[in-house]
Design a protein around this ligand. Structure first.
Ligand code: OSB
Ligand code: MG
Length: 369
C-alpha cells in the first residue's frame, strides 16, 4: 500500500464516569487517532497512550513526537506491503509501542478494505462474537464498589475485574466476592506492589479469582515468577509483556499462567497475534486487554480476540460504558450472553464520525508524500 497522506488527531474525550487505577484517576481520556490515506482508501488507527505516563512511559505528547519526527518519515510516500514489512521498516525506532501500533492498525484497516475482508477474517479468527467483561476502577468506598458491580452485573456483564492498590485490595475483593460468591472475578494491581509488599495479597489466593493481574513492577518478570510460586491463583501479566520476546521470557520463567494481550502495548496487532499463537501452542490462555479505546480500537480488539487462543473474557465493554459520544458512528452493545458481536465489514469494520474526531481534537498534524 502506497502511503499518500497521514493526519494525526490528538483527542481528549470525556468519560461517562471517572476511572481510577493504582496510578491515578482520570475523567477524560486522551489518545491519538491516525487517518491514513492510501491509493484512494482511508484507514484509521488509534494510539492508546494517555495524557500521563502512568500505565506506560508513553503519553499523547510522546506519541505525537515519535510519529511526526521519526515514524511517519519512514512510511509516508513508501509502498508498504504488509505488517511484517512495516515492522521491519520501523525497527530502528526503539520502544514507543503505542505509536508503532497506531499506524499498524490503520495499515490493517487499509489492507482489509483492499481485500474486502474484515480484520477477523485477515487474522484467521474463529468466532463472530467475543466473551467480554468489565474493568471497574477504584471507587471512593467499598460500598460504592459493590454498587458499581451491581450495576454492571444488572447490565449483563458476567466477568468482573476490579482495580486494586495497597490498602484497597483484600477488603475490596472480599466485599465483591461476598456479594457475588460465584461470579467470574479478577483483580488488577497495575504494578503497585513490591515482592515484599505482595505478601499482603496472599488472602486473595483463597477467593477463587480467575487471576491476579500485574501485581509487581512493570519492567519485572523475575519477581512475578517468585510470587507465582507462592500462589495457586494464576498471575496474569499485562505491563511486563511488551513484545513476543517478553512473552517467551515470561513463559520460560514460569512468571505467569495467563497473558493479557493489548495490541498497543506490544507494538501492534501483528505482535499481539504472534504472542497469541505462541501461547496457544503451549496451552496458556490469553485474553484481550483494554485501554478505554474509542470505537476504532474497540473494533480491532474484538477482531484479535476472535483468534483461537483467546479463551478468557476480554476487557472490551460496550461503548456506553466509556463514552456518551464516540468517534465512530457504530456503537458496540453487550449481548445477553456477555459477548460483543465482532464487526464483519471490510477493514476495521466501523465508520468514523469525522465531525466528532474534529470536535475532540486539540491540534491536528498532517504530512503527505
Ligand atoms: O491495566 O488493564 C489495564 C485501562 C487503562 C489502562 C490500563 C488498564 C485499563 C483497564 C481498562 O483495565 C480496560 C478497558 O478498556 O475497559
Ligand atoms: Mg492491566
Amino acid at each position: 500500500m502506497k502511503i499518500d497522506k497521514v493526519t494525526l488527531f490528538p483527542v481528549k474525550m470525556p468519560l461517562v464516569a471517572h476511572f481510577e487505577t493504582s496510578f491515578g484517576r482520570i475523567y477524560d481520556r486522551e489518545c491519538v487517532l491516525l487517518q491514513v490515506e492510501s491509493e484512494g482508501l482511508v484507514g484509521w488507527g488509534e494510539c492508546v497512550a494517555d495524557a500521563d505516563p502512568g500505565y506506560s512511559y508513553e503519553t499523547t505528547g510522546t506519541v505525537m513526537h515519535i510519529l511526526k519526527d521519526f515514524l511517519l518519515p519512514l512510511v509516508v510516500g513508501r509502498n508498504i506491503t504488509d505488517a511484517a514489512d512495516y515492522q521491519n521498516r520501523i525497527s530502528s525506532i526503539r520502544g514507543h509501542h503505542f505509536a508503532k501500533a497506531g499506524f499498524e492498525m490503520a495499515l490493517w484497516d487499509l489492507m482489509g478494505q483492499r481485500e474486502g475482508k474484515s480484520l477477523s477474517q485477515l487474522f484467521g479468527g474463529i468466532r463472530d462474537k467475543v466473551e467480554v467483561g468489565v474493568s471497574i476502577g477504584i471507587q471512593d468506598s467499598t460500598a460504592e464498589l459493590v454498587k458499581r458491580v451491581d450495576e454492571f452485573t444488572a447490565l449483563g456483564y458476567k466477568r468482573i475485574k476490579i482495580k486494586i492498590k495497597p490498602g484497597r485490595d483484600i477488603s475490596e475483593a472480599e466485599a465483591v466476592r461476598k456479594a457475588y460468591p460465584n461470579i467470574k472475578l479478577q483483580v488488577d494491581a497495575n504494578s503497585a506492589y513490591t515482592l515484599d509488599m505482595a505478601k499482603s495479597l496472599l488472602p486473595l489466593d483463597e477467593m477463587n479469582l480467575l487471576l491476579i493481574e500485574q501485581p509487581l513492577f512493570d519492567d519485572d518478570i523475575w519477581d512475578h515468577r517468585l510470587f507465582q510460586k507462592q500462589l495457586k491463583t494464576a498471575i496474569c501479566l499485562d505491563e511486563s509483556v511488551i513484545s513476543p520476546r517478553h512473552a517467551r521470557y515470561a513463559i520460560e520463567m514460569e512468571a505467569c499462567k495467563v497473558i493479557n494481550i493489548k495490541p498497543g502495548r506490544v507494538g501492534g496487532l501483528s505482535q499481539g497475534i504472534e504472542i497469541a499463537q505462541m501461547c496457544h501452542k503451549i496451552g496458556m490462555p490469553v485474553w484481550c486487554g483494554g485501554s478505554l479505546e474509542t470505537g476504532i480500537g474497540r473494533a480491532t480488539n474484538l477482531a484479535i480476540a476472535t483468534l483461537p487462543g483467546f479463551t478468557m473474557p476480554g476487557d472490551i465493554s460496550a461503548s456506553d460504558r466509556y463514552y456518551k459520544q464516540d468517534v465512530t458512528h457504530d456503537r458496540f452493545t453487550l449481548n445477553a450472553d456477555s459477548t460483543i458481536t465482532v464487526p464483519t465489514a471490510p477493514g476495521i469494520g466501523v465508520t468514523v464520525d469525522e465531525a466528532a474526531v474534529k470536535e475532540f481534537s486539540f491540534g491536528e498534524y498532517q504530512t503527505s508524500a
